[in-house]
Design a protein around this ligand. Structure first.
Ligand code: NAD
Ligand code: ZN
Length: 357
């Protein structure tokens, strides 16, 4: 068996207010005449955070549309526009949730790799390191700040550019930035982390490395969503570290049933990652009995709405498309159900599961 030689994020700064050090952090990476490009979640257009971005020279802020999860066409357009306008850039800085961070990673890679980002959806297809890239989360949970992937929807598939060149060179973990996120959104994205932990800790790929991070992340999620009433500054800090540790946990193991099923929803219906995972996990008591029980307690306690009946009225064709996408996620199923997963998760069984969502 070959062990994975895990490529990690280059530098990490953590702390309330650490965003204020961004200027000095990026200064050594500035190249003469080449701007820093800030890809900022469109939510922050006109907000206080946007005016705190340390622009200088010909730097540019681009507010990115994250209404839909990142598409390869959007990545290609952004990279082409930057190459046409500036030739080279000093770096790409993504500020936002998982979507804005993934866009930043992908655009950085497409500044130096030829063709379309769709050509690199898969494992270890990226040829050259991208330009300097920084990730600054404003929502906690996805683990996109630490992962070696950037999840993109392409013409043929929804799949990440997984490579050793994908992780950020620098991340800025400032819990202050997540303070004002709407409660439902913050819960859906936070549950992405909770679900990463459950899927990693109950999976067949589990090892001590993943377990160490997964257990810590799970404990932090519980402190935020089970033990407390209401949200405070401490919750922002805990969930930010939960996201980091949860990301580290799955980096050396794998996710499971909720993610495999949710990918089908996202492909067919455009359901976003966080809420999609919640919709699926809510119905997975046969696979994760303890986790689902606790999940329902957290939903109730935090007064969250989980959408129901989103698959009502879909055609056989639609169900088959989702089933194809889902069963294509082989490592996820193998992690969740073991080597014989194909005998356990039949198309009929998966169809029944989708019908409940
Ligand atoms: P998101 O980035 O899609 O953002 C969700 C919504 O929250 C958007 O409307 C956004 O504008 C808004 N928002 C972000 N920060 C806010 C703030 N502080 N206050 C108010 N609103 C704010 O949500 P997400 O759940 O963080 O990310 C999901 C994306 O991450 C998906 O595209 C998914 O594929 C990707 N993802 C990537 C990885 C990875 O390893 N690369 C892992 C998991 C998920
Ligand atoms: Zn996830």
């Amino acid at each position: 068996m070959a062990f994975r030689n895990l490529k990690l994020v280059g530098c990490v700064i953590y702390g309330r207010g650490s965003f204020n050090q961004l200027d000095e952090i990026i200064a050594p990476h500035r190249k003469a005449g080449a701007p820093m490009i800030f890809l900022v979640d469109h939510f922050f257009e006109g907000k206080a955070l946007a005016s705190r971005i340390p622009i200088s020279g010909n730097d540019k802020i681009i507010f990115v549309d994250v209404t839909y999860e990142p598409k390869t066409t959007y990545v290609d357009d952004l990279a082409r526009e930057l190459k046409e306008t500036f030739g080279i850039v000093s770096g790409i800085i993504g500020i936002g949730g998982g979507s804005a961070m993934d866009l930043a990673k992908a655009v950085s890679l497409m500044m130096t790799n030829h063709g379309s980002s769709a050509d690199y959806q898969g494992w270890d297809l990226v040829k050259s390191p991208g330009v300097y890239k920084v990730g600054i989360p404003t929502l906690s949970g996805t683990g996109a700040e630490v992962s070696r992937t950037t999840v993109l929807t392409g013409p043929a598939k929804k799949l990440g550019m997984n490579s050793d060149f994908t992780p950020f060179d620098q991340i800025v973990l400032d819990p202050e930035l997540t303070a004002d996120a709407p409660a439902n959104q913050r819960f859906y994205t936070g549950m992405d982390c909770y679900i990463h932990c459950i899927e990693s800790l109950t999976g067949t790929y589990l090892n001590e490395f993943s377990k160490s991070y997964g257990e810590k992340a799970l404990q932090l999620c519980r402190e935020v969503y089970v033990n407390k009433s209401g949200w405070d500054a401490d919750s922002d800090e805990k969930l930010m570290m939960a996201s980091y540790a949860g990301g580290m946990s799955i980096a050396y193991s794998q996710v499971g049933v909720a993610h495999a099923v949710s990918y089908g929803l996202s492909y067919l219906l455009g359901t976003k990652h966080g809420v999609g995972n919640c919709i699926v996990f809510d119905k997975l008591q046969d696979y994760y009995p303890e986790g689902v029980k606790e999940f329902k307690i957290m939903v109730e306690k935090n007064n969250i709405d989980i959408p129901q009946h989103i698959c009502a009225g879909l055609s056989d064709d639609d169900f088959n498309k989702m089933i194809d996408v889902s069963l294509g996620m082989k490592p996820l199923w193998e992690n969740a159900l073991g080597k014989d997963w194909e005998k356990i998760m039949t198309r009929e069984k998966l169809r029944k599961l989708y019908e409940q969502l």
